[in-house]
Every structure is written in C-alpha cells, then in structure tokens.
Design a protein around this ligand. Structure first.
Ligand SMILES: *Cc1c(COP(=O)(O)O)cnc(C)c1O
Length: 407
C-alpha cells in the first residue's frame, strides 16, 4: 500500500509550473514601470473578470473578505442592522457582516444542496419578523432591522436564487452573493428562463482569489462585481481610503486595493478558468459514476437540474468520519472538512446566543462532510485510487466496529 503514490488534496504546484513563463513576465512588466498598485493590469483584469461574470463592473480588492465587507457597506448596510446568512460557510462571510457594523443572523441550509434553504428564509421572515413602516423586516427577538441577505454559493454549488430574490424584493433586502467559491458557476433561473453566472444575480457579489480558489492569485486578492455603476463607484472609494481623487476624501475608507502583480497573474490564469472548471466538472462526474453503486456508504453531492456547479470542492457525507479520514490519511489520500463547526456554535459567536439544535441540518452535516481531492489535472487513476481507498476505509471501520461490539 505504502508504495502507491499519495493523492494530494490539492495540487497548486503543477498548474503554476505550466504557466511559469507567463507569470514571470507579469512581474517583469510591473518592475519595468514600478506600477505596483492600480494601473493598466488592474483595469484590464477588472474588465475581463466583469465580462467573465456577465456583470457590468468589477472592482479589484485585497481579498474576498474585503470584497464582502465593501459590498455590504456600499449596499447601505448600517450599524446595528441584522444581516442574514447561513451557518455552513467560512467565517469571513460573518466577519464581513460584523465589520460592516451589522449583526449576523442565520437561517438553516437545505439538506440536499447544503446551501441556504429559501423555505427557511421565508419561515424566518414570516414568523420571526415584523414589518415596519418603511417595509423593512424587524427581527422581533433583537429589534434589529434586517437589511441584507448573503446567500453563499458554497463548494461552487449554486443557491436556489429565484425564491431568494423574490423574498428579498418583498422584504426590501439587499442580496449580496458570497461567490468566493463559485467563479464560473451557473444558475438556471426558471423565472427568467435563462442561465445566469454566479456574481451577476444579486445586487452585488464578492469573489476571493485566495490561491486555492478556482481562480487564485499568487497571494491575497479579491473582487466585487455589480451592474450598478453607483455601487461600483462607492466600492472604488472604499478600497482606497474614501478618495474621490488623490487626497480628497469624501469619507473614511480602507486600504483594500488589488495590487498590479496579482491582477496580472489573475489575467493570465483567467484565460484558463473555463477550461479548469470544465475539468473540475469532469472529475465530479467521474466520482459520481464511481460512487453510483455505493449509495449506502457514501452520499455524493446533489446536483440540481437548475445548477452548473464550479466544483470548488467535492463534498461527501460519510458516517464515522473521523476514523474514515484518519484511514485515508494513512493510505496517502488528502481530504478536508469544510467546515467542522457551524458558525453559530463557534466561540466567536457565543455572544449571539444561539444554542446547539438551532440549525439541525447544518449541525447534522457538519459531523459527516468530507471533501475529496478535486482540481484540474487530477487523473482518472488517482480518482479510482481515492474511491477504492475510501471504500476500504469505510469497510475496515465497519469490521473494527463489529469486533468492538462483539467483545
Ligand atoms: C475564501 C472565502 C472567503 C474569504 O476570502 P479571502 O480571500 O480568504 O478573504 C469568504 N467566503 C467564502 C465562502 C470563502 O470560501
């Protein structure tokens, strides 16, 4: 067994080696002009990424967290507001809400997509909120105005946006998509009878270019997309100390700019993104096929008819995850858990007053989810090895249990 080559959870080296000459040329281009912040590479990348997302504007920023924070502030979220999202996401989603001065509030996820359940959103707004004179929902337990909702397209899977948009319109909520894991994912709107790209559906959207994302920089980077020119302009000011022009500050902002070298690198890699996403989808389909006969042991991801996921992650559910994962590590197969503790049960949010049991679906899956290796370049053989190792791990786990129960 140990003679087999390990399968890493993620291989970031090969794809960068293949693009090495082009990536190094970006650095040389920046050195020649010493244009390290802003400049033509940032402008060009912004135009190209906006176009990739079917959005009018893109504003490059320092990280996905910056993108979320600026999007929320620019969209008018005020200090003291309440902003809705899900407990099954990376903490940056809720950090941005808090840093915009608002308070995160959660609704549970759908048991098949693991993303925001529009029915739970509806229930929350209907049962737990009152509507004030301005048409805003007021959370009856906190007295706070609910002004925005952040659906997270987690794992590169799409949230069911039609009902979310409809509820948002009815309750006056700004929709901020967290598309940090969903570059290039698509959603079929039954209402509009057309496919729509992640990042073009809500009022405004946030992307992360953290190295491991489907489109990753060689460092920290992020972007906001929107088709609202005023919002785009506000975000341009927020990322640059609130300047409307140099040293004229209309408001306080942040140092949250995208640097030129990262923008240049992202330009090079963006040309491959559609192809890389296609490879990820192929990998996902191959896993699906390999798991087709093992539905009792593992639950493969659910792909709704209305979604073309970007498969940032391929997330299964297994019982006895801890020992299965340990066994896989011993067999040389890298895995991850996204995420082990739902946000409402994290120490950072003990002050929000949520108890265990508040969001049963998020809590249930948190104990069973396991992310398998998926990246462009993952071979069919590697995938077979991953699946065989997983099934071995599950079996040996079952026989170990049987032994411990019989003694
Ligand atoms: C990566 C990520 C972020 C944060 O992006 P950074 O670039 O790391 O700041 C936010 N939300 C989700 C869902 C993410 O996966």
């Amino acid at each position: 067994m140990s003679a087999r080559k390990p399968v890493p959870f993620l291989d970031l080296v090969t794809s960068h080696e293949e693009l090495k000459a082009e990536l190094c040329a970006v650095f040389e281009r920046a050195l020649k002009t010493a244009g390290f912040i802003g400049g033509p590479m940032v402008d060009e990348f912004e135009r190209e990424f906006a176009s990739f997302c079917d959005s009018e504007h893109c504003v490059g920023v320092g990280s996905g967290t910056d993108a979320l924070r600026f999007a929320l502030i620019a969209a008018g979220v005020d200090a003291g507001d309440s902003v809705l999202t899900v407990p099954n996401t990376f903490i940056a989603t809720t950090e941005a809400i808090s840093q915009a001065g608002a308070r995160p509030a959660f609704v549970d996820i759908d048991k098949r997509t693991y993303n925001m359940d529009p029915k739970k959103l509806h229930q929350y707004l209907e049962m737990e909120c009152a509507v004030d004179d301005s048409g805003h929902a007021i959370d009856m337990s906190t007295g706070r105005r609910v002004t925005a909702v952040v659906p997270v397209h987690l794992y590169g899977q799409m949230c069911d946006m039609d009902p979310i948009l409809e509820l948002a319109e009815h309750y006056n909520l700004v929709v901020v998509e967290d598309a940090c894991q969903a570059h290039g994912a698509e959603y079929f709107s039954r209402k509009q009878n057309r496919w729509r790209k992640a990042g073009s559906i809500g009022k405004v959207a946030a992307f992360s270019f953290y190295p491991g994302k489907n489109l990753g920089a060689c460092g920290e980077a992020g972007a906001v997309t929107t088709s609202d020119p005023e919002l785009a302009q506000k975000i341009r000011m927020l990322r640059d100390h609130g300047q409307s022009k140099k040293y004229y500050h209309d408001m306080e902002g942040y140092n949250g700019r995208l640097d030129a070298i990262q923008a240049g690198i992202l330009q090079v890699k963006l040309r491959h993104l559609a192809e890389w996403n296609e490879q990820r989808r192929k990998c996902a389909n191959r896993y699906d096929a390999l798991f087709a006969s093992t539905t009792d042991e593992v639950r493969a991801p659910f792909e709704p008819k209305w979604a073309r996921p970007a498969y940032h992650l391929y997330v299964l559910r297994v019982e006895n995850r801890a020992s299965v994962q340990r066994h896989l590590t011993e067999l040389g197969v890298g895995t991850g858990i996204h995420y082990p503790v739902p946000l409402h049960l994290q120490g950072a949010y003990s002050g929000l007053g949520y108890k265990a049991g508040a969001f049963p679906i998020a809590e249930e899956i948190a104990g069973e989810i396991l992310s398998l290796p998926i990246f462009p370049g993952l071979t069919h053989n590697q995938q077979r090895l991953v699946v065989a190792s997983l099934l071995t791990s599950i079996e040996s786990n079952c026989s170990a249990l049987a032994v411990s129960q019989s003694t």
